[in-house]
Structures are given as C-alpha cells and as structure tokens.
Unconditional design. Structure first.
Length: 138
C-alpha cells in the first residue's frame, strides 16, 4: 500500500486458472482452442494464467495414460504436446506485455454459483452453461 496521502499501489499481476473445462471430454481441446480461451482471459484483464492438467502417468499405465478429470490434459500423452512450447511462448509474451501497462479500473465480479447450482438438472450440470441464465439482461 502507498503511504499516507498516496494512492494505493496496484498489483501488477491479475491471475486466473485457465483451460480447466475446455471442450470436455479429455484430450479434445486443440491448440487453437487453448489460444482462444487464453485470449478471452487476456481481454478480461488477466495477465497471468494458472495452468493445470499435467497429470502424472507412469509408463505401466500405457497410452493414453492416466488423465486429469478436466478437459485440456497437457502432458506428453496428448497429441498436441509437440506444439506446447509454441503455445506457452505465446502466452508468456502476451502476459509480459499486459503487465507493462497500468490497470484503468478496479473490478470485482461475484459469480452466483449457488444460483447456477439451483438450476442443475439431468443433462444440465455445467456451472459455465448455467451462469448464462444468471447474468440478467446484457
């Protein structure tokens, strides 16, 4: 925080988890899907992506090995693994560039998760899809 009479310091990093539920079932997400999802986060002010989905899988498990419950499994059993250095280099460069500026607005978004859960029914059990009806007029 800034000293007395000074404006508070703004954090230079805004992070969010990324690629968790990208095109289920597992292994279905493509590099273009990953980039598009990351770009949405960048447009929303995120400048640090928290990745997931590098599940350990021993050789004895065979192919495709053990996989994470979420969709974008990012390990050497994924056929897109060869392009991951290109994807992560892009994400790194955009993240770096976005940290060079200063935020223009403070934003907090409360998502009505309980409201989304209340609307669950057979075949409609995705929080992301249920939120669509919770936003109100756009």
């Amino acid at each position: 925080m800034g000293g007395f009479g000074e404006p508070p310091l703004r954090p230079s990093v805004t992070s969010s988890e990324n690629l968790t539920w990208l095109h289920s079932p597992v292994f279905r997400a493509t590099p273009l899907d990953m980039k598009a999802e990351a770009d949405l986060h960048f447009l929303q002010g995120v400048n640090q992506l928290i990745g997931h989905g590098f599940p350990y899988s021993p050789k004895e498990a065979g192919e495709p090995g053990w996989h994470f419950y979420a969709a974008a499994v990012l390990n050497d059993h994924n056929p897109w693994w060869l392009v991951m250095p290109d994807i992560t280099t892009y994400l790194q460069r955009v993240s770096f560039m976005l940290r060079q500026g200063q935020p223009a607005n403070d934003v907090a978004l409360y998502l009505p998760t309980d409201d989304a859960y209340a609307g669950f029914a057979l075949g409609r059990d995705s929080v992301n899809q249920a939120w669509t009806g919770c936003w109100g007029p756009t």
